[in-house]
Design a protein around this ligand. Structure first.
Ligand SMILES: Cc1ncc(COP(=O)(O)O)c(C=O)c1O
Length: 400
């Protein structure tokens, strides 16, 4: 493993501005290779899809290349990669298609750990079908989402289990293989939100057992594009609303309108970039992705141990979440200051953090902090370094 954070940082033009970018959980910066790929796509001449001339073939090749890249990132089948504007839009689309066969008294399970984008689309779809919503609860003391509760929640009437692979607020990584196995045994589908998990380590959708896995490239150094990964046969069994003349093939059936071709080229470049995070990674792109993401995770976790340990040691700081398995995402409050005030103070020290519920609506409600502005989130990604952590800790210490 050879992770050189200085080399990694040099790839990102935006990081030269002197700010500590600790807001990666809300969206990462992009490397020059991604910007170049987007520019190159336009410079190379782009037509709409399916035409008889080279600029159209260029667009088709970009789309096909993007599906392959996303499949390499998460271990899926390119023929099962649906591209769309973002995770939220894709989830509403799939929820509408999947719930078309739900009946009154069918059941859907959501969790209080999840970002609202993997809660509300299912709750609203259930409401339309007359189906029952059952909730998996978070242990407020630890921030864990105990997998055991799913054996009680899942039953004969369960049609779908929606659960996150990692909390975007407190980083908790639930035991997804255990949860999806219980869903599968009961004949239910699983819909796994991988938006926060994907940037923080190797992903294998088969090992997760996820029927649907969804991710957003802007969280992993790419442009604002979302992707859903599923077995093409499962996608083929669904009939989403679509225009009559648009392709009825899978995965195109789920893609509405004209895609942002140049951005799709940027997504592929982002995956190439991730595959090269570990200097020593070798082999196929999938193999290099796995090695590089493991190296990135080790780097993030090393920094996170310092960040969390030091925040926990500050008497004026309260941190949330103690899950054993979690991403490098700290969520905390500072006594005597609102989360917004803390973020504003950090901004004066050129440190970017997010404040608020971060759409972890149910979780912040369960933690009892939503009404008071929730908390401050400092999330590390592969391009953060020791100085980002040191500066953040010094600036928080100033508020004590
Ligand atoms: C865990 C998680 N799920 C879903 C979303 C929504 O993603 P998108 O912005 O692609 O709709 C986010 C965005 O922050 C997220 O962090």
């Amino acid at each position: 493993m050879a992770f050189d954070v200085r080399r990694v940082r040099a790839a990102y033009p935006a990081l030269a501005d002197g700010y500590a970018y600790v807001d990666g959980a809300a969206g990462t910066q992009v490397p020059a290779a991604v910007i170049d790929a987007i520019r190159g796509a336009y410079e190379g001449g782009l037509g709409n899809a399916g035409g008889a001339f080279p600029a159209s073939a260029h667009a088709d090749a970009i789309t096909a290349g993007c599906r392959e890249a996303v499949a390499d990132l998460v271990g899926g089948d390119p023929a099962g990669v649906v591209l769309g504007p973002n995770m939220t839009t894709l989830t509403y689309r799939i929820a509408a298609a999947v719930s078309a066969t739900w009946r009154a008294d069918d059941e859907v399970i959501v969790s209080r750990l999840d970002h609202d984008a993997n809660v509300r689309p299912w709750v609203q779809a259930a409401g339309r079908a007359g189906a029952i919503v059952r909730w998996a609860e978070v242990d407020p003391a630890t921030g864990d989402l105990p997998a055991e509760q799913y054996s009680e929640l899942i039953g004969d009437r369960t049609r779908l289990v929606a659960v996150t692979a990692a909390s975007n607020a407190i980083g908790t990584r639930p035991d997804i293989p255990a949860i999806t196995a219980m869903a599968r045994d009961a004949g239910a589908l699983s819909y796994v939100d991988g938006v926060h998990a994907t940037p923080h380590g190797p992903v294998d959708v088969s090992a997760l057992g996820a029927d649907f896995y969804v991710t957003s490239a802007y969280k992993w150094s790419g442009p604002h594009v979302g992707a859903l990964i599923a077995d093409p046969a499962l996608l083929g069994s669904l009939r989403p609303d679509k225009l009559v003349p648009s392709p009825d093939t899978v995965p195109e059936r789920f893609e509405l309108g004209t895609p942002p071709f140049a951005d799709l080229a940027g997504v592929t470049a982002a995956v190439e970039h991730l595959a090269g995070l570990d200097d020593a990674a070798a082999g196929s792109r999938r193999e290099r992705v796995l090695a590089s993401m493991a190296a990135a995770e080790a780097h993030e976790q090393r920094l996170f141990a310092t960040l969390l340990g030091s925040l926990d040691a500050m008497r004026h700081v309260t941190t949330y979440g103690k899950a054993a398995a979690r991403t490098a995402t700290a969520y905390f409050n500072v006594a005597g200051h609102t989360p917004r005030q803390v973020a504003e103070h950090l901004a004066t020290r050129k440190i970017n953090v997010w404040n608020g519920h971060n759409y972890a609506w149910e979780l912040t409600g369960a933690l009892g902090i939503r009404e008071s502005g929730s908390a401050v989130r400092a999330g590390l990604v592969h391009y953060n370094d020791e100085s980002d952590v040191t500066r953040l800790l010094e600036a928080v210490a100033e508020l004590g």
